[in-house]
Design a protein around this ligand. Structure first.
Ligand code: PXP
Length: 252
């Protein structure tokens, strides 16, 4: 199933992890990430992204099939490249699998996947996922060696980590922001040249999304934390619609 909305030049994957984070804070059933996924679909999201972490701090095992059953949108499962996660992905067969680095002590995914130093293992790891029909994406820093390694290990997609760019935006460091943007533009162009589909994500909000949405090779943004936070004030649907508007504006 192609993750494409013909009305939109740039797809928006809504990450619902932090609805589950709120739910887990009280240990009950509310707020329900499945309800958030349905609402995101109705608000015009092109896909639903969820990250099943090793420590299950937000999404839990049962959330994945529940979300998959509730929406018709493609599901993008973010996960660490472990055997446990590979088994789960092969059992549920989401549309896409995005491999991310994971450390228990981190608050969020802090860096890109180290593909270049782990090519043999990743090639073997990806093969059964790709054979089962998943689009395999690697979450990497905008670095030439990582892009080339991603193509070499058989990934179909790279998701460029824009976290450093977002941090420079927040800090008001224009020179560092522009340097990071330059790396993102060049990594995106190289990835496309190598036949990879290009996504981007991490830390995006209304203020910083424009320049990323304007990178011509980028076809999908995955956005979570900011949208769920904004939903506290304006509701999830309004937050998603405004993000979509900003993305479209940048693309025009
Ligand atoms: N893309 C990937 C690969 C991620 O790991 C995350 C964070 O889970 C996101 C996108 C979304 O980042 P944020 O929640 O900061 O929007």
């Amino acid at each position: 199933m192609p993750m494409n909305n013909p009305d939109s030049p740039l797809r928006l994957g809504v990450n619902i992890d932090h609805v589950a984070t709120l739910r887990n804070a009280r240990g009950g059933a509310d707020p329900d990430p499945v309800r958030a996924a349905v609402l995101a679909q109705n608000a015009g999201a092109d896909g639903i992204t969820l990250h099943l972490r090793e420590d299950r701090r937000h999404i839990r095992d049962a959330d994945l099939p529940a979300v998959m059953a509730a929406v018709t949108l493609p599901i993008n499962l973010e996960m660490a490249a472990t055997l446990e996660m590979q088994r789960i992905a092969l059992a549920h067969r989401p549309h896409a699998v995005c491999l991310v680095p994971e450390r228990r002590e981190e608050r969020t995914t802090e860096g890109g996947l180290e593909v270049a130093r782990d090519t043999d293992r990743l090639r073997d790891y990806i093969a059964p996922l790709a054979a089962a029909g998943a689009r395999v994406s690697l979450f990497i820093a905008p670095d030439e060696a990582q892009v080339e390694a991603a193509a070499a290990v058989g990934a179909q997609v790279v998701e460029l980590h824009v976290g450093a760019y977002c941090e420079h935006c927040t800090a008001g460091d224009d020179a560092a922001r522009d340097e990071e943007l330059r790396k993102l533009f060049s990594a995106a162009a190289l990835a496309q040249d190598l036949g990879l589909e290009v996504h981007a994500g991490h830390g995006l909000n209304f203020e910083n999304v424009g320049p990323i949405a304007a990178i011509p090779e980028v076809v999908e943004l995955n956005i979570g934390h900011f949208l769920i936070g904004e939903a506290v004030f304006v509701g999830l649907e309004a937050a998603i619609r405004e993000m979509r508007r900003q993305m479209n504006l940048a693309r025009m």
